[in-house]
Ligand binder design. Structure first.
Ligand code: SAM
Ligand code: TMP
Ligand code: ZN
Length: 413
């Protein structure tokens, strides 16, 4: 366990939080600065704990919500072809199941550029995306979806219900765990959802984070790290029942949770199976959490030693993918431009800027393909398959990937 400081109560149940990691002062993960830009960047203590009552893992301090999600928020969901087909498949499933009744209605929280809802819109089904970032809301509209450009909360849930009627599905991907005021969000969902409706959300799974030591999933936007056990508790505390939990391979390992009004749906066997697995893995045990903290330290030490050795040997090393999670890795390990010459990324809004806190220049992937480096640190490891197949010429020409999840290693495939 790291040092004890005054900790706030659990945001879900008011219980006590036991701190088990402290990654020190960190910038906001999407605060890409322009070279020479003046002004102090916002930092906060990136530390987290587990609730001794409901077992929800969460950050102790948080960045202001409207400072994270605003007009300049750079994340574009459709930047990954794997994610595009992931959400297209889900849209098809919704259309064939929950949305097969007369005049169905689906609401998505965090609709981003419309990656999921565009297929629903194309099928002519009533829908609404809720997206607080105005340029993303605009992109969503251009992609054919109807968008409400606001933060979802209790008040908005009630307003949508009044204006559009009850929703058959409320969906949120990689968004629910980003919102600190979940009590208000859940009251809003309660107001909005039809009696037979479902609230479906998918977020990184804490079980995968521990198993893979993927500590870079922990950054300002990820406030909660759910398990089946903690979601079951949260659902019950807010008048819902956890009826399904499906593991997903995307984003380094996620779970898609389905909540319904109690007694309206059969609870799927996966809930019990995953609860038993979590118990066996000791996901809420102090010893497991201590081991996780030790593993994080080991990965950081190994990675920095390797990068220093390669540099001393005169090798060129760059980063691949200016992911939000790489902010945690780079700042925690103290990796700057002296160890990684640049990081390449397909997102135009990130190119020409610097990585938050560590000041590494971000360049277009063209810089990478024009002159392959000797080594590339795969920061976007959750998109490994897609990137490695796209960049197969890199390895063919003698380049090597450096990976760090779950362990630091050099790979030629
Ligand atoms: N759902 C997309 C996906 O899975 O790729 C986008 C995920 S992105 C990491 C999080 C999204 O949630 C952002 O587009 C952000 O603007 C949105 N968001 C943040 N707070 C929100 C809130 N209170 N209500 C609705 N959307 C919110
Ligand atoms: P994510 O891990 O939050 O999905 O972010 C992935 C980042 O990696 C995003 O900034 C885009 C970038 N990226 C590339 O540069 N090339 C790629 O092929 C993919 C899939 C992502
Ligand atoms: Zn709690």
């Amino acid at each position: 366990m790291s040092r004890t400081t005054t900790v706030p109560p659990c945001r879900i149940c008011g219980g006590g939080l036991q701190e088990f990691f402290d990654f020190g002062k960190q910038p906001m993960a999407n605060a890409y600065r322009t070279p020479g830009e003046p002004g102090e960047a916002f930092t906060f203590r990136l530390a987290g704990g587990i609730c001794d009552r409901c077992t929800t893992v969460q950050l102790l301090e948080e960045a202001p919500h409207d400072r994270m999600f605003h007009g300049g928020y750079p994340y574009r969901s459709s930047g990954s072809s794997v994610m595009r087909s992931h959400f297209e498949q889900l849209a098809d499933t919704f259309l064939a199941t929950e949305l097969d009744r007369p005049d169905p209605f689906i609401v998505e929280l965090g609709s981003n550029d419309g990656i999921m809802l565009r297929k629903i819109a194309a099928a002519g089904v009533r829908h609404l995306g809720v997206e607080p970032c105005d340029d993303l809301a605009e992109t969503g509209r251009r992609n054919g979806i109807r968008v409400c450009n606001e933060f979802f909360d209790e008040e908005l849930g009630k307003r949508i219900r009044e204006e559009d009627g009850p929703a058959d599905v409320v969906f949120a991907a990689n968004t629910f765990s980003h919102i600190s005021f979940l009590d208000s969000v859940l009251r809003g969902i309660d107001a909005l959802l039809a009696p037979h409706g479902v609230f479906v959300f998918e977020d990184p799974y804490f079980g995968d984070i521990v198993r893979k030591t993927s500590f870079d999933q922990i950054y300002d936007e990820h406030i909660f790290f759910f398990t089946v056990r903690s979601v079951k508790y949260m659902a019950a505390a807010h008048g819902f029942e956890l009826v399904d939990a499906e593991r997903l391979p995307v984003h380094g390992g996620e779970i898609r949770y389905t909540l319904a009004r109690p007694g309206t749906r059969a609870v799927q066997p996966s809930v019990r199976t995953l609860l038993a697995e979590e118990e066996k893995a000791g996901l809420a045990d102090p010893a497991t959490l201590r081991r996780f903290s030790d593993d994080v330290r080991r990965v950081c030490t190994d990675l920095v030693s390797l990068l220093r050795a390669l540099r001393e040997d005169g090798r060129t090393v760059v980063g691949y993918g200016a992911t939000a999670k790489s902010a945690t890795l780079l700042n925690l390990c103290g990796i700057g431009p002296e160890l990684l010459s640049y990081v390449c990324d397909t997102t135009p809004a990130k190119q020409g800027r610097l990585t938050p806190g560590t000041g590494i220049p971000i360049r277009s992937p063209r810089a990478f393909t024009e002159e392959f480096p000797d080594y590339a640190l795969l920061l976007a490891w959750n998109h490994a398959e897609e990137i490695k197949s796209k960049e197969s010429a890199f390895v063919a020409s003698g380049g090597r990937w450096i990976e760090y999840v779950p362990d630091v290693r050099i790979s030629a495939t």
